[in-house]
Design a protein around this ligand. Structure first.
Ligand code: 9MR
Length: 679
């Protein structure tokens, strides 16, 4: 009873201390507010300080566990700040910490974990579930963000701009499902194109890891990886956007005007498919070609789907070949047709890159050289970070991801060198930049949706890391993940639901109108953008790296969008899947001091035996089980625990007989022991 009371008092005291960290957290220390990897690079930025030293302290007890020296100061012109880097990679024990810089700066708290990006990465992928059109979100999957279905899209009119002899104006078609594009409720093929690429490419590069990632969505457990289950929701909509009579694809499915800030179920104005476009049709062809190879192993769950996708891709490719310059220009459209359309444009008057990308995807899937033979010589030699209107690099990433499965027509080393050149320049940017991030080295990084630039740079870097296991690529990708999670100009964690300085008011109709205080989780805000196209009042700065406002009004810095979430999910989950440090991080940390382990496991071990230990003071504890090959199979404890006696059961119900190893770590002690499981 006494120890319970003491624990309660200790908990209250520590809670007060934690709150005080949150309140006094200094805006001058910018860092990932979510988590760092136990064995990976760990850096924070300290702005405008004369200090030379910094300290890492445990979040609860405030004990110093690491003393470091700050780097020399450098100016980041885009935020007009002089900053120093705090490298605390030496802290490798899981736990909750903060950074202190004399005389009086304290950072937000952060975790150190073996899998730091798993939770935010999964959330970013789950973000798509919350964007689903045409389906009610149930509380067992959506928690407090459960909502009614919106936009059945079973009655969609062919807009006069899209009229053909077989589908005259006002013909009713069905195009249900899909994801809402962003804060608005419209569905755009061009933007679905790059978003679907990114999710599919993530799967192609990390399938082994992603096969284990469950998102708790309605399809979970059907034998298909959840990443592919979620993408299927949008794929089915995309398929319905192709005119079966000619293979062309409508540019978008939209209202005439943006809805007000109402829930999807209340947004019931007429929906249209508008004019077909070359860009949309080629993006569609590329996505369908990818889908044809990626869903092929799941023919029992989706009978006939792979073939259907490939036929759809080929028909779209043919339409584009005959309609090479049909561009979507909303001003022109509105001068010729009514009703006028006022929603997002995604206009693209240059489509050589879309031809290149779609040709490459069709080639990879069919192994028919004719899709790229004529294009190979004119593929760009210099590559850019992709965005919805610039997709050349996507084909290169797919070639790299499928490098073992190409025909002789492709000179892989020459093409991959171009991808590596881009990655090399991003990695060099990280090393030389004031914030130690590739993001923010050029003014062109700060556009509408700048966070997707950071994330897409990360995607390129990880693709390079997958080609050549050079740690500089991984570390530069990691630094951009840190940027998204807090190491940035305004010091926000830009992924909703995470961090301490949180995005609370995204320009997102559901989040604003659902009556729930917290915004829908797992959505990436657009980020800093000096354009300030929304003309909202209240921006505190117009400097490129600081021009951001957490206000619903700010659609040009604080909207969310499917093409921004996708590279964020790619980056975070890719960092987990490719983490080079995961298991090699095990190293002894000291002598038995304030810790007592009761060696009471019998040999042979049996499924009901527990591992007992006692702590003489509050501290971070990690207790994990590994198989004999060193693969981590279970985390039993990974948190700060008060002083006390513990007995932790290794639930071996689903484990087969064999030899396992447990590793117990505290702040001053590490022990690994073999145990034999006999069932
Ligand atoms: O992401 C798009 C950005 O690149 C453009 O500059 C901007 C203005 O055309 O539009 C952005 O896309 C928006 C789309 O048009 C409508 N849905 C919301 C998108 C994100 O703001």
């Amino acid at each position: 009873m006494k120890s319970l009371l003491m624990n309660i008092i200790a908990f209250l005291l520590l809670s007060i201390q934690l709150c005080s960290y949150a309140q006094t957290a200094s805006a001058s220390i910018r860092l990932n507010q979510v988590a760092f990897s136990t064995a990976g690079l760990k850096e924070a930025v300290v702005a405008n300080t004369t200090a030379n030293k910094f300290y890492v302290v445990t979040a609860y007890s405030g004990d110093t566990v690491f003393t470091g020296t700050l780097s020399d100061a450098k100016l980041w012109s885009y935020s007009n700040e002089t900053v120093k880097i705090a490298n605390f990679s030496g802290v490798d024990l899981p736990g909750k910490y903060a950074i202190k810089v004399p005389p009086d700066l304290t950072s937000y708290t952060f975790d150190i974990l073996d899998r730091p990006f798993l939770a935010p990465g999964k959330a970013a992928m789950k973000g798509y579930y919350y964007q689903r059109a045409s389906e009610a979100l149930l509380s067992q999957y959506a928690y407090q963000w459960a909502r009614k279905a919106g936009h059945p899209d079973t009655i969609v009119l062919v807009h006069p701009s899209a009229a053909t002899a077989l589908r005259p104006a006002n013909t009713v078609i069905k195009a249900p499902k899909g994801w809402y594009d962003a804060g608005d409720y419209n569905k755009y093929i061009v933007n679905s194109g790059i978003s679907m690429f990114t999710i599919f490419s993530m799967y192609e590069q990390y399938s082994k890891f992603l096969d284990t990632v469950s998102l708790n969505i309605p399809e979970s457990g059907n034998g298909v990886p959840d990443v592919l289950n979620e993408a299927m929701w949008n794929l089915q909509w995309m398929l319905a956007m192709q005119d079966p009579n000619d293979g062309g694809v409508y540019h978008k499915l939209t209202n005439a005007n943006f809805d007000g800030f109402i829930m999807p179920s209340a947004a019931v104005t007429t929906r249209y498919v508008v004019q077909k476009s070359t860009a949309a049709t080629l993006d569609f062809a590329a996505v369908m070609a990818m889908a044809a190879r990626i869903y092929k192993p799941y023919s029992s769950q989706f009978p006939g789907l792979a073939d259907q996708c490939l036929s759809a891709a080929k028909a779209a490719w043919q339409w584009a070949g005959k309609n090479m310059a049909v561009f979507y220009n909303q001003t022109t459209l509105n001068s010729q047709y009514s009703p006028q359309i006022a929603t997002g444009e995604y206009g693209d008057g240059y489509v050589i890159d879309e031809f290149n990308w779609a040709g490459i995807e069709l080639y990879i899937t069919t192994k028919d050289d004719s899709y790229i033979q004529g294009r190979l010589a004119s593929l760009p030699t210099s590559l850019d970070v992709p965005y919805w209107g610039g997709v050349n690099t996507l084909g290169f990433i797919s070639l790299a991801a499928n490098k073992n499965n190409l025909t002789a027509v492709v000179d892989t080393s020459a093409l991959f060198a171009r991808l590596l050149t881009l990655a090399n320049s991003l990695a060099a940017s990280r090393e030389n930049s004031a914030f130690h991030t590739a993001m923010g080295v050029s003014s062109g990084d700060f556009t509408w949706g700048s966070n997707s630039t950071a994330a897409n740079q990360g995607m390129i870097l990880l693709a390079a890391y997958n080609l050549r296991k050079d740690q500089k690529y991984y570390n530069a990708a990691l630094a951009n993940a840190d940027y998204l999670l807090g190491r940035n100009g305004p010091g926000y964690c830009f992924l909703t639901g995470f961090g301490s300085k949180k995005v609370m008011h995204p320009h997102h109709r559901v989040s604003e109108s659902d009556g729930v205080t917290e915004p829908v989780p797992g959505l990436l805000a657009g980020g800093v953008n000096p354009g300030q196209e929304d003309k909202c009042s209240g921006y505190v700065s117009s400097l490129p790296a600081l021009s951001y406002m957490d206000a619903v009004c700010s659609y040009s810095t604080n909207e969310i969008a499917i093409n921004w979430n996708a590279p964020c999910a790619f980056l975070l989950l890719g960092l987990e899947a490719a983490n080079p440090n995961l298991v090699t991080s095990v190293k002894p940390t000291g002598q038995l001091k304030d810790f007592y382990l009761k060696q009471n496991y019998p040999n042979p071990f049996n499924p009901s035996t527990s591992i007992s230990y006692s702590l003489t003071k509050r501290q971070n504890v990690s207790l994990k089980i590994f198989d004999i090959l060193g693969n981590e199979i279970m985390t039993l404890v990974n948190k700060e625990e008060p002083a006390g006696q513990y007995a932790v059961k290794f639930n071996a119900d689903k484990r087969s007989s064999g030899v396992y190893i447990y590793r117990l770590r505290t702040e001053s002690f590490m022990e690994t022991k073999k145990m034999v499981l006999l069932k």
